[in-house]
Write a protein that binds this ligand. Structure first.
Ligand SMILES: *Cc1c(COP(=O)(O)O)cnc(C)c1O
Length: 405
C-alpha cells in the first residue's frame, strides 16, 4: 500500500455526527452552521467566524468586505496555493508578490517593504506548512502604509506563535484584520469542502454573512445599510438585496463533520508534531537534505504542522526530482511538490507580465522542495518506511556519483 503525502482522518464519531445531522430538519443554513462558527471562533480566539463553502470563497469575501477592487494592488507570497493570489484578481485588483525569507519560506517583511507600491491596499500573509509568517513585522509594514492585513491560515489551523514572551493564536492575534481557513481533505481538519473567515471586526463579519448569500438581508438585525424600520411594515416575507453577492454557503452536514473534527484537532496537532520531530531527528545530519527550520525556535510546540517539507539538492546528487519521486513511489512512498511560485503560472505571466527572477528565493525553493507524507493516521512504522526510503535513495545516488567521479 502506498503512503500518500496527506490524508484525512474520519472516525466513527465523525460519521455518527454527520448521520445525525442528515436525520434532522436542516440540510443547510441551519443550527449546525451557527454552532460550528461559534465553536471555531472560540477555538481560534476570534470574535466572529463566518463558515463558507471553501477557503477560496473566504479569501474572495475578505477582498469584498475590505472594498478591494480595480485600481488596488494586493501583495502575497509566491510560495502558496493559487487561491491566495487569485482572490485579488477575482475582485479586479492586481495580485502581486514579494519574495519569501530563506528560513521560514514565508512572505519576507523586508521584501514587502522594499517592493512597496503606492496602490497596495492589502497584504495576504500565508503560513506555509503551518509555520507562521512574521505577522507583527508584516503588519507594521502594511499598516504604516495604510494597507490591511489578511492571514491565509489554510495551513495553520489550531496553531499559535510566540511574540515578545506571549503566545498568540493564529486567527486570534492583533496583527491580522481577517484570517481564512480551509477544510479541504488534505488540510489538518476537514468538512469535505469548506472554509472559514474569522475577524474581530463587526462590519466585516456582517458584510461577509450578507455576501455569502447573494447580498440578501432578511432581518433588521442583519441590516448594514440605511434605517431598518421599513422591514416590519413590508411583512414577514420581505427581503432586500443590498449588494451583489454569491452563494458561498456551507451545508449543515458539513458543519456536523467540522464540529466533530474540531474536537479532535488537538489530537491531530499532537500527532503531527510527534511525526515532525521523528523526521527531524532522523534526517538531522543527512547530506544533500535540509529539514524545515523554524524562524522562532520557541514555536516548536505551538506550530500546527500541515506539511513536512524537505529541501533536496537534486542538482548536486545528479538525480532529477522526477526520478527521485519515481524511486520513492517504488518504495511505497508518496510525495508532493509545493509550491510552483504563483507568479510563474502562465496566466500570471500573460496577464501581469511577471517573469522568472521576480522572486528568486521562492524560485530556488521550488527547485529543491519535496513534501513527505504527514497525516495523523500515519503509524510510526509508516514514518520509518518514509525515512528508510529517502535514506536508501540518497545513499544509492551518492554511490553512483562517487563511481562516476
Ligand atoms: C488549500 C488552500 C487554499 C484554498 O482552500 P480551498 O478550501 O480548497 O478553497 C488557499 N490557500 C492555501 C494556502 C491553501 O493551502
Amino acid at each position: 500500500m502506498m503512503i500518500p503525502y496527506g490524508r484525512q482522518s474520519i472516525s466513527e464519531a465523525d460519521i455518527a455526527e454527520v448521520s445525525n445531522s442528515l436525520r434532522s430538519n436542516w440540510l443547510t443554513t441551519g443550527p449546525l452552521v451557527n454552532r460550528f462558527e461559534e465553536e471555531f471562533a472560540k477555538r481560534v480566539g476570534a470574535k466572529h467566524a463566518v463558515a463558507v463553502c471553501n477557503a477560496t470563497a473566504a479569501l474572495h469575501l475578505a477582498m469584498m468586505v475590505a472594498n478591494i477592487g480595480p485600481g488596488d494592488r494586493v501583495v502575497t507570497s509566491p510560495n502558496t496555493f493559487l487561491a491566495s493570489a487569485n482572490c485579488a484578481a477575482m475582485v479586479g485588483a492586481i495580485p502581486d508578490f514579494a519574495d519569501i525569507d530563506p528560513v521560514s519560506y514565508n512572505l519576507c517583511p523586508e521584501s514587502l517593504r522594499g517592493n512597496w507600491q503606492a496602490d497596495t491596499k492589502a497584504v495576504i500573509a500565508v503560513h506555509y506548512a503551518g509555520q507562521t509568517a512574521d505577522m507583527p513585522a508584516i503588519a507594521a509594514v502594511a499598516r504604516e502604509r495604510g494597507a490591511i492585513v489578511i492571514e491565509d491560515a489554510c495551513h495553520g489551523v489550531g496553531g499559535s506563535f510566540e511574540h515578545e514572551g506571549k503566545n498568540w493564536k493564529i486567527g486570534g492575534h492583533p496583527w491580522a484584520d481577517m484570517s481564512t481557513f480551509s477544510f479541504h481533505p488534505v488540510k489538518t481538519m476537514t468538512t469535505g469542502e469548506g472554509g472559514m473567515l474569522v475577524t474581530d471586526n463587526d462590519d466585516y463579519a456582517t458584510k461577509a454573512r450578507m455576501l455569502r448569500t447573494h447580498g440578501m438581508v432578511r432581518q433588521p438585525d442583519e441590516f448594514v445599510g440605511i434605517g431598518d424600520d421599513h422591514f416590519e411594515e413590508k411583512g414577514p416575507w420581505y427581503y432586500e438585496m443590498q449588494e451583489l453577492g454569491y452563494n458561498f454557503r456551507i451545508t449543515d452536514f458539513q458543519c456536523a463533520l467540522g464540529l466533530s473534527q474540531l474536537k479532535r484537532l488537538d489530537t491531530f496537532l499532537q500527532r503531527r508534531r510527534e511525526m515532525v520531530s521523528r523526521y527531524n531527528e532522523a534526517f538531522k545530519e543527512t547530506e544533500y537534505l535540509q529539514t524545515p527550520k523554524l524562524r522562532n525556535p520557541n514555536d516548536r510546540d505551538l506550530t500546527s504542522w500541515h506539511l513536512y517539507t524537505v529541501l533536496i539538492d537534486f542538482a548536486a546528487i545528479g538525480c532529477t526530482r522526477t526520478e527521485f519521486i519515481k524511486r520513492l513511489v517504488e518504495k511505497g512512498v508518496g510525495s508532493q511538490v509545493l509550491y510552483i511560485p504563483v507568479h510563474l503560472q502562465p496566466w500570471y505571466q500573460r496577464q501581469y507580465g511577471y517573469a522568472i527572477s521576480k522572486c528568486p528565493i521562492a524560485e530556488d525553493y521550488y527547485a529543491r522542495t519535496l513534501s513527505l507524507p504527514l497525516y495523523p493516521e500515519m503509524t510510526d512504522q509508516d514514518c520509518e518506511q518514509v525515512i528508510a526510503g529517502i535514506r536508501d535513495i540518497l545513499s544509492s545516488v551518492a554511490k553512483t556519483k562517487e563511481k562516476n567521479e
